[in-house]
Design a protein around this ligand. Structure first.
Ligand SMILES: [Zn+2]
Length: 192
């Protein structure tokens, strides 16, 4: 985790920020110092007590949307990405992945809660991506470069999809089926 934390003037000199009681502002700075590299803080209550802030101060920060709460008790600094710029080589991703999945980053760079629908869509997209990656990996491993019969270099006959290959010499096509590469024509012959 990075040693230093930054604060953007746009945020901490805004009217909305300066209108808050000093204790709430102090709590904001303290929470921000404890945030991980994605702005998540896992023990806001303990930090609150440590700096002598009250529940009210935490409530003010929630109310003014300077911090966003999660059911798990973890909170996130809403304008973290506006406040902080971290070098990619020093960045350590947060441990609070479940919470992070509930967030999106708006055009200004502020965290915003995703709607239930958006969370569902993001989850689906992620699982589709995982599946595609897995499929790609399997195909990469299994894709034959030469014909198993005559050792001639095979041509991709699926238009780059790498699902079927053609051997010019055997005049036969290999297809991926049930985890194996099979000759299309010989298979047909076997069946008939
Ligand atoms: Zn062949």
């Amino acid at each position: 985790m990075s040693e230093k934390r930054m604060f953007s003037k746009t945020i901490v000199l805004s009217d909305a920020f300066l209108d808050m009681p000093m204790s709430a502002r102090c709590l904001y700075f303290t929470l921000s110092m404890f945030g991980d590299d994605d702005g998540f803080v896992n023990s806001p209550k303990a930090i609150m007590r440590q700096c002598g802030a009250s529940d009210d101060d935490l409530r003010v920060l929630f109310g003014k949307k300077f911090i966003l709460p999660f059911e798990s008790g973890v909170i996130v600094i809403k304008h973290w990405r506006i406040n902080n710029y971290l070098r990619a080589d020093r960045y350590q991703p947060t441990k609070y992945l479940e919470e992070k999945e509930m967030l999106k980053v708006d055009d200004n760079g502020a965290y915003t809660m995703r709607t239930a629908e958006e969370i569902e869509t993001a989850k689906k997209e992620k699982s589709v991506k995982k599946l595609t990656e897995k499929k790609d990996r399997v195909l990469k491993i299994r894709t034959p470069k030469v014909c198993p019969i005559c050792k001639t270099k095979l041509e991709d006959s699926s238009g780059g999809c790498k699902t079927s290959w053609y051997c010019m010499k055997c005049s036969d096509e290999l297809t991926y089926h049930n985890g194996k590469w099979d000759f299309w024509d010989s298979k047909k012959e076997k069946k008939s």
